[in-house]
Write a protein that binds this ligand. Structure first.
Ligand SMILES: Nc1ncnc2c1ncn2[C@@H]1O[C@H](COP(=O)(O)OP(=O)(O)OP(=O)(O)O)[C@@H](O)[C@H]1O
Ligand SMILES: [Mg+2]
Length: 476
């Protein structure tokens, strides 16, 4: 390989026919006389466009057709073939190493005449950038192009907002499961909103507990408290403002009358005190929806006390599968509202929240609010979605870590390239060529060295298989 030219942060490198490189790989451009190396990442590979190439190709065609080619004494064919198979790699400069010290910038260039270009593994670059410091909570996330294990530091997920995205079946949930298992192993509290019931297998190792509405997940209105119940009525069930004000008073009245508040009891208070028919109906119909939700009960002895969640077990899977869309929204609202409150009061430790297809159960504006406020209190969300445009701009602007799987659709790629701290050329070019299970990781978690990683295997059977008609009919 040879350095050809530099345009801005792009270094173009000639790759000769016997040399093999792949998009996403790293190269080291070394100049020993200056003790200077540039670290560059391949983002595009093309054939060279040498002047006269077309003419040469045509000439070779003519020669091939004629008897002269057989006796090609000066070996014109070989030279043309060499030229034809020489490629031009477009690489982006990711940093430099001067006298063994890495810097994300560069102040000088290696000699074009004397420097050598060689491949360097992603794992090695990351190690170099980390400057030999050992990771506090290493997660072996997968392998680089050369089969070396790539470690990410769980600490760098902490305090961050992360996104796992890619087209259907590209391997997003697989990675999310690996991260959940690893985080829990490192003792970090984690909650997963499991939309498809595909995380239940993580409970097999005994460290993670599966919570299922109506079975081992249940709340009473007394436990939820006025604030949360009011949020359920207004945010999810759309109770208008006037009725919401009245509901506050009704709750106070109910509290005076009896210690434990149930749906039926609230309905009877509403019936007694609310004279306006419309408001009464508005309140009662919504209270009845609450009452029919599988996770609302009157049994004070069977309440899931969220403040006690992380005392022993660190990981929880909240199954949303099988719930109606309203129940799903209500349950998520209960969690978000209670967790927010408990975090603010420092009654629970900071935690990670994994949310699959978050737009299915929480409004965008609400996420934005949570993300902005909750970062300070210690709720760190990992979004998993195949529709990046389902997340609001505000969320996008605050993303720290990105795990991008294969995307083919330009619209999705355009969306991703709007994220700050990310160079769109890298994403667009690399994401299109990723196979299933391979991801491009960007952000603090890989010390800002964009890395293509083949995600590792899971230690448990996650039940994450997408149901297929033919696989199903074969099995039955
Ligand atoms: N790194 C991997 N190693 C082994 N199997 C994998 C890997 N990544 C994904 N798979 C398998 O590929 C299939 C699809 O993966 P996964 O369910 O993670 O995709 P997804 O991106 O979440 O899809 P969807 O958008 O439909 O939710 C699963 O059966 C999963 O077990
Ligand atoms: Mg999935």
């Amino acid at each position: 390989m040879r350095v050809f030219r530099k345009i801005g942060d792009v270094l173009e490198i000639l790759v000769f026919p016997h040399e093999k490189i792949r998009k996403g790989e790293y190269l080291l451009v070394e100049d020993r006389s200056k003790e200077l190396s540039l670290i560059v990442q391949v983002i595009e590979i093309n054939y060279i466009d040498a002047p006269g190439m077309l003419e040469d190709l045509v000439r070779e065609g003519i020669l091939k057709d004629s008897i002269v080619y057989e006796n090609d004494l000066v070996d014109v064919g070989r030279t043309t073939r060499f030229l034809r198979d020489t490629k031009l790699a477009t690489t982006l400069i990711r940093g430099s190493i001067h006298r063994n010290i890495f810097s994300p910038v560069y102040s000088d260039l290696p000699s074009r005449a004397f420097s050598s270009v060689r491949k360097i593994s992603t794992a090695e670059i990351i190690k170099y950038v980390r400057n030999g410091s050992s990771l506090k909570h290493p997660i072996p996330i997968g392998y680089d192009f050369d089969g070396n294990i790539v470690y990410v530091d769980a600490v760098k997920l902490d305090g961050c907002l992360s996104l796992i995205t890619g087209m259907k079946g590209s391997g997003k949930s697989h990675l999310a499961k690996l991260l959940v298992l690893s985080l829990v192993e490192h003792g970090a509290p984690v909650i997963v909103f499991d939309l498809n019931g595909e995380y239940v297998g993580l409970g097999e190792n005994g460290r993670i507990k599966v919570l299922e509405a109506g079975k081992n997940l249940s709340f009473t209105l007394s436990y939820l408290g006025r604030e949360t119940v009011l949020k359920l009525l207004t945010n999810v069930l759309g109770l208008p403002g006037v009725s919401a004000n009245l509901f506050n008073e009704i709750w106070s009245l109910a509290e005076r009358g009896r210690r434990s508040i149930t749906v039926d009891y609230l309905i009877s208070v509403v019936n007694n005190v609310v004279k306006n028919l419309m408001i009464r109906d508005a309140l009662i119909s919504r209270l009845m929806i609450l009452g029919s939700s599988r996770f609302i009960s009157d049994d004070e002895n069977n309440v899931t006390r969220l403040e006690e969640l992380f005392r022993d077990t660190k990981g929880y899977i909240v199954i949303l599968k099988g719930l109606s869309s309203v129940e799903r929204r209500l349950l998520v609202e209960v969690f978000l509202s209670k967790l927010t409150d408990l975090l603010e009061k420092e009654l629970i430790p900071p935690l990670f929240l994994f949310a699959e297809e978050a737009h299915m159960y929480v409004r965008n504006t609400y996420w934005e609010d949570i993300i902005t406020r909750m970062r300070h209190f210690g709720l760190f969300v990992v979004f998993i979605t195949n529709q990046p445009d389902s997340l609001g701009q505000q969320v996008f602007r605050q993303l720290d870590n990105l795990f991008i799987f294969r995307f083919q659709n330009d619209h999705d790629l355009d969306m991703l390239s709007r994220i700050s701290n990310i160079d769109s050329d890298t994403v667009k070019s690399i994401a299109k060529d990723l196979r299933r299970g391979k991801t491009l990781i960007i952000g603090p978690v890989v010390d800002w060295i964009p890395s293509v990683v083949e995600v590792g295997k899971l230690s448990v059977n996650p039940m994450g298989m997408t149901k297929r008609v033919f696989a199903y009919s074969k099995a039955t």
